[in-house]
Structures are given as C-alpha cells and as structure tokens.
Ligand binder design. Structure first.
Ligand code: NAD
Length: 491
C-alpha cells in the first residue's frame, strides 16, 4: 500500500514530502477501498506519484466530519478566531510559496512565472477573506413603532466544492477562503489531474490552527466523488468551477436536494483593439490575455478583434511578439509558457488547429506541437477567420487565438456579444468615453480596459449567460456562502 507521505524532488533540486492521503477530519488517511491513481508530470509525461482515490464511502465519512465540525464549533465560532485562522494560513502560504509554486508547475505544467503569481494571489485572497470574517453585517429594518425587525447572515452548512486543474491552488483558495470566513465547513474535490497542491496546503490548514473537520479534501473523479457531493443530503451547497457541460449536469444532480449552486464556467472572451490604442501595449496585453497560463484560463481573451485601419500592423506586431515568447520546461528561467496539463488537452487543442485550418483560417504563428515529449504547443494565431467558424465559437482552452477585422463600434459590439458565454472582455483604446460606452454594451461579468487577465482579490469575478452563476472574490463571494435570517419581534 501507498505511504501517506512520499518524498518528491522538484526539478530545481528541492525535495519535499507530498501527502498522498485523503484529508478528513484533520488527518491524512488512505481511502477506504485503498484505491490509488497516478499523477503525471505534463512536462515529461512521467509519473510524479500516486495518491489515494476517494469513493462514495469516503465522501460520506468526510461529509459527516464536516457536519460535526459545522454543528459543534465552526458555525458558532468567534469571527475573530476565523479571521486569525485565515490570516495565519495566508502567512503560511507565503512562507511555503516557493515549494507550492514548484508543486504547481510540476503537477499542472504551468511556468514558474504563472505559479508564483498564483501563490501570491492565494495568500492575498485568504488574507482578504480573513478581513471579512468579522465584518458580516445584517440590517435593522424600520417596520413601525410596534415591531423590532432585523436580519442577520448565517452560514449554509457543509459546502461541496469541485475545482478544475488549470489553477489548482488558486481555485482551492477561492473556494475555501470565503466559505471559512463565513462559518461554513467544506469538502473539496480537486481535479483528478492536479491534486498535489491542495493536499500540501491542508498541512498548512492544520498548522494555522483551523479546527479539524472544517476543511476536508478528497482527491478523486468527478463521476464518483463529485456526483456524490452533488446528491448528498447533508451537503447544503455546491460551488463548482469547470466546464459548462459539467456545470449543467451538476445543477441537475443538485436539484433533488435543492442545494444552492454557484458555477464558474467556460468562456470565449472577446479582446478588442481600437485604432486609437497604444498599439505596442495592446499587443502585449492581447498576447498575455490568451497565452498566459498556456491558454488554460476560463476568461482567456481567445477572440481578438482589431479595427481595420490598424489590422495589418497589429497582426504583424502580434506575430512577432508571440514568436518571441519562450515555450518549454516550466522550471527554466525566462519560460513564459509551460506545458498543457494533460494528454487529453493536448489532443483536443491540436484537433482544433486542424479544424481551424480545414475551415479556411490562416495560421499566422505556431500551429503545432513543440517537441515530442511533454504536452507543449506553440502559441498559435489564426487570422482571416469568419464569425461562424468553430474556432471562433467554441472554447478551446489552450494557446490558440483567432483574430478578426472590424470597422465600426456597432459591428464589434455585436460580434463580441455573439456568444453563449459572457465571462470577460477586453477593450484597448485611449478614448475614455469609448471605453466606458463599449464596456456598458458588452455582456460579460468582467471588462478589462487596457489590460487583461488582471485580477484583484477584492474585485468580483464571474460570468453572464452560460459562463456561470454567482461571483467569487470581493464582498460578492460572501453572498455565495451566507443566507439571510430575518427576525421580527412585536414590542
Ligand atoms: P470539468 O468540468 O471536466 O471538470 C471540473 C471538475 O469537475 C473536476 O474536478 C472534475 O472531476 C469534476 N467533475 C467532472 N464531472 C463531474 C460530475 N459529473 N459531477 C461532479 N463533478 C464532476 O472541466 P475541466 O475540463 O477539468 O476544466 C476546464 C473547464 O473549466 C473549461 O471549460 C474552463 O473554461 C472551465 N473553467 C472555468 C473557470 C471559471 O472561473 N469560470 C475557471 C477555470 C476553469
């Protein structure tokens, strides 16, 4: 049987102890059926380790532990104690930042540049959540002289949380942070491709003095662990980040027990360059918008629209800049884009390259795999696309961007909104009036002006339309994890 901790050596020579068990009630434990699954390094296609695989019976034990922790402690805890726990956790994440970044690059394939940025945002976000813990206000409502009426916000209970593989630790923090701040307890399932950083971080949860049972982590598969969380009667809420297809399925599974559901789903976000933009800055921004994190970003600016008078110039600069981006071993200095996270993703993205070519789009840069070991793809630009092509309509979730030409504001707004999604959009212009006007007309949860993929722990993030329900980060995240209780007293 598998040891509950195995030594793992990172490519930078640092060895650390990787927990491999399920984290239930403050302890790493083997799964009840003792099954394990393999975790692959996407840069080398070699095995990193195995971890224990949770099944339905493990979910039941974890939910019982989380319910006990909720009923008999955390939901009644002093908000200042919850704040202190989250502050301490944020400090510990910072202390372990380099190891965590290394784990993330090893497991997900993203460059260290991306992993370090993730970890930095994780600690900022947990600290921000700690700050909210003792600032959960209700209202006093004037209902006339004969009554005293007020409302308070209470936690929901055990929250089931299901996250994807593109930002394993960051998504862990977006889920765990606000749930804990508001007095909920959690059972979280990391993505099967990337369970390592979430397990490592659980050691820090313990060290931060957060009571046992408040955070439980179950590595395993969506159809087993995820499904059980969605139907379990003692799970009061599901918070999900992942594909729109799975989100739709989760809403249905959660319906029988009337769970509250929040969803952060996919996107096909437009990124618009007007002729009056600072073109050099805009080119870097659109490249960052699509190639950051190897294009595995839900809000990636995967549809670029360039105004006709500067189209050729922008395309030329974009090609040149894209070809200068270093792709390769995520641990090498200067590497911007690492590996895609799985063979499945690699195949899916390369299929889209074929689809785009067959649809008649022109490859301006990239368009192929890099090397034959590791899941690396050259950043790819398709030009001369038309709006009905599959590469313009469907989420690819890789370093593939389409570039279209437009002439008027009306035309580009209509193209930008012609999508089932509505997660984000970018606008590049020096004209403030135009920026605000266009931002009002675009249907998306986040609009970036003269920047892209630019997150802040206190700015809400989430989708319109098929991109989701609910908002994460900022004060908005607290609404996902609290319910209002009204009290009306006759006096
Ligand atoms: P996915 O939907 O296949 O998987 C996401 C998670 O759901 C995984 O943990 C998986 O095990 C689990 N899951 C799968 N089937 C399930 C089921 N039947 N019941 C319960 N859980 C189940 O998505 P993916 O391919 O791993 O992730 C990529 C997708 O996620 C992209 O479409 C991307 O746009 C989206 N995404 C969105 C955001 C956002 O914030 N909006 C962030 C990251 C990723």
């Amino acid at each position: 049987s598998l040891n509950l901790r195995v030594p793992v050596t990172l490519p930078n020579g640092v060895t650390y102890e990787q927990p491999t068990g399920l984290f239930i009630n403050g302890e790493f434990v083997p799964s009840r059926q003792h099954k394990t699954f393999e975790v692959i390094n996407p840069s080398t296609e070699e095995e990193i380790t195995h971890v224990y695989e949770a099944r339905e019976d493990d979910v039941d034990v974890a939910v019982a532990a989380a319910k006990e922790a909720f009923d008999n402690g955390w939901s009644q805890s002093n908000p200042e104690d919850r704040a202190r726990g989250l502050f301490k956790l944020a400090d510990l994440i910072e202390e372990h930042a380099e190891t965590l970044a290394g784990i993330e690059s090893l497991d997900n394939g993203k460059s260290l540049l991306c992993s370090r940025a993730d970890v930095a945002l994780v600690s900022k976000y947990l600290r921000s959540c700690g700050g909210w813990a003792d600032k959960l206000y209700g209202d006093v409502i004037d209902t006339g002289k004969d009554y005293f009426s007020y409302s308070v916000r209470e936690p929901l209970g055990v929250c089931g949380q299901i996250i994807p593989w593109n930002f394993p630790l960051l998504m862990w923090s977006w889920k765990v942070g606000p749930a804990l701040a508001t007095g909920n307890t959690v059972v979280l399932k990391p993505a099967e491709a990337t369970p390592l950083s979430a397990l490592y971080a659980c050691q820090l949860v313990q060290e931060a003095g957060i009571p046992r049972g408040v955070v439980n982590i179950l590595p395993g598969f969506g159809k087993i662990v995820g499904e059980r969380l969605c139907t379990h009667p003692n799970v009061k809420k599901i918070a999900f980040t992942g594909s729109t297809a799975t989100g739709r399925h989760i809403m249905k599974s959660a319906a029988d027990t009337i769970k509250k559901v929040t969803l952060e789903l996919g996107g096909k976000s437009p990124n618009i360059v007007f002729s009056d933009a600072d073109l050099d800055k805009a080119v870097k921004s659109i490249a960052f918008g699509i190639f950051y994190n190897s294009g595995e970003v839900c809000c990636a600016g995967s549809r670029v629209y360039v105004q006709d008078t500067v189209y050729d110039e922008v395309l030329e600069k974009f090609k040149e800049y894209t070809e200068s981006l270093v792709v390769g071993d995520p641990f090498q200095k200067d590497v911007f884009q690492g590996a895609q996270t799985s063979q499945m993703q690699l195949d899916k993205i390369l299929d889209y390259v074929k689809i785009g070519t067959n649809e008649g789009a022109r490859v301006v840069a990239g368009g192929e795999r890099k090397g034959d070991k590791g899941y690396f793809i050259k950043p790819t630009i398709f030009a001369d696309v038309s709006e009905d092509m599959r590469i313009v309509k469907e989420e690819i979730f890789g370093p593939i961007v389409t570039v279209s030409k437009f002439s008027t504001v009306d035309e580009v707004v209509s193209a930008a909104n012609d999508s089932v999604y509505g997660l984000a959009a970018g606008i590049h212009t020096k004209d403030v009036n135009k920026a605000i006007n266009v931002s009002k007309r675009i249907k998306a949860g986040t609009i970036w002006i003269n920047t892209y993929n630019d997150f802040h722990q206190n700015v809400p993030f989430g989708g319109f339309n098929s991109s989701g329900i609910g908002r994460e980060m900022g004060a908005a995240a607290l609404d996902n994890y609290t319910q209002t209780k009204s009290v009306r007293m006759s006096i």
